[in-house]
Design a protein around this ligand. Structure first.
Ligand SMILES: [Zn+2]
Length: 263
């Protein structure tokens, strides 16, 4: 019986072929081992990644597509490739605020690495793109049988925890312009391209502010020459200006994840 969920967008990774691709490195094309596109998975030793690749299914998620609801038994974990996934908390009055955003540096639902089968928050796709999905039963098995796999997942959780704490400070100390710039710079890194779709109202939810405040911040970033924003399509015009406009939390989180992927 297949462990992986059926989905018309799903495709299994190629089997029976040498997993490799050509990359332009150091001025020439070099054949390298299979890479998934998720930086956490690709940080695993090559033999480890090769061993788990049959248990990964590549899916394309649509923007706002639900992944797990709070209290739901988790069926899988997602390792984003170029999708951006959001985890949100909803208060009793219905207000929803983002408590975590995940891209190709990590995975959702990370509590699965802490022996939890229930989703503690609601998660959905924020920016359309691909994920490598692993059935929760497979994930649990690798956590128990592969020291390398378990270690990389847990070390990654340290960066998730650090970033979560950093963004708590961010929400208190940094203004909406800085936070908007930080969110957009992180998103561009995660999707790996300078253009992505994002509705004002969702960025407002993500930052826990009014939509008008997000519009004001986007206008300011446009005036600075950092981005253009038309009909929900964000274009990073100058990444350096965008990073300069963002608060220190952008660099702090990036450094934490880079360290976790190389430790
Ligand atoms: Zn900040």
């Amino acid at each position: 019986m297949p462990l992986l969920p059926k989905d018309r967008h799903a495709r299994k990774l190629d089997k029976g072929t040498t997993p490799s691709r050509k990359l332009f490195i150091g001025g020439g094309l070099i054949t390298v081992a299979y890479v998934s596109g998720n930086r956490l998975l690709d940080a695993l030793p090559a033999s480890e990644l090769d061993a788990i690749r049959d248990d990964l299914t590549i899916l394309t998620l649509k923007a706002h597509q639900s992944i797990h609801s709070i209290g739901q038994v988790m069926s899988h974990v997602d390792f984003p490739i170029d999708a951006v996934l959001s985890v949100v908390a909803t208060l009793k009055n219905g207000d929803t605020v983002e408590v975590g955003t995940t891209g190709n540096e990590s995975f959702v639902q990370s509590e699965a690495a802490l022996e939890s089968w229930l989703s503690s928050r609601t998660s959905f796709c924020q920016v359309e793109g691909r994920v490598a999905r692993m059935d929760i039963v497979c994930f649990e098995r690798y956590m128990k049988t592969s020291d390398n796999f378990a270690r990389f997942m847990r070390v990654n959780l340290r960066a998730v925890l650090f970033s979560s704490q950093q963004f708590t400070v961010c929400n208190i100390k940094h203004n909406i312009l800085e936070r908007s710039a930080r969110w957009l710079a992180m998103t561009a890194d995660r999707v790996g391209r300078p253009q992505f779709t994002l509705a004002h109202e969702f960025l407002a939810i993500m930052l826990g502010v009014r939509r008008a405040s997000v519009t004001e911040a986007a206008d300011k970033l446009h005036q600075l020459g950092a981005i253009s924003y038309q009909r929900g399509l964000v274009t990073i015009v100058d990444g350096a200006i965008l990073q300069k406009a963002s608060c220190e939390c952008y660099e702090a989180s990036k450094t934490a994840f880079t360290a976790s992927l190389t430790s």
